[in-house]
Write a protein that binds this ligand. Structure first.
Ligand code: SF4
Length: 78
């Protein structure tokens, strides 16, 4: 999550099926802004919805994140 790009649309909060995000006030420098905040990345199921829907490209899912998601899926399926 790149908070400098987040404009607080809440689209990711609304669409995430795993309830990974919530809105939070964040102080960046001397400015307070409402941004989307990751409350539990371990809940992520890797649907990419948040990354696609964000109008400001504030969310990036890295390959290392996908490895972690796949490990969670494998653990869950066993
Ligand atoms: S990729 Fe993960 S965090 Fe993003 S919307 Fe899907 S489940 Fe939620």
């Amino acid at each position: 999550m790149d908070w400098s790009k987040c404009e607080g649309s809440e689209l990711c909060v609304t669409m995430c099926p795993a309830y990974v995000f919530e809105m939070k006030e964040l102080t960046i420098g001397n400015r307070v802004k409402k941004v989307s905040y990751v409350i539990d990345e371990n809940k992520c199921i890797g649907c990419f919805g948040c990354m696609i829907i964000c109008p400001n490209n504030a969310i990036t899912i890295e390959p290392k994140d996908l490895n972690k998601i796949n490990r969670v899926r494998q653990t869950t399926l066993v």
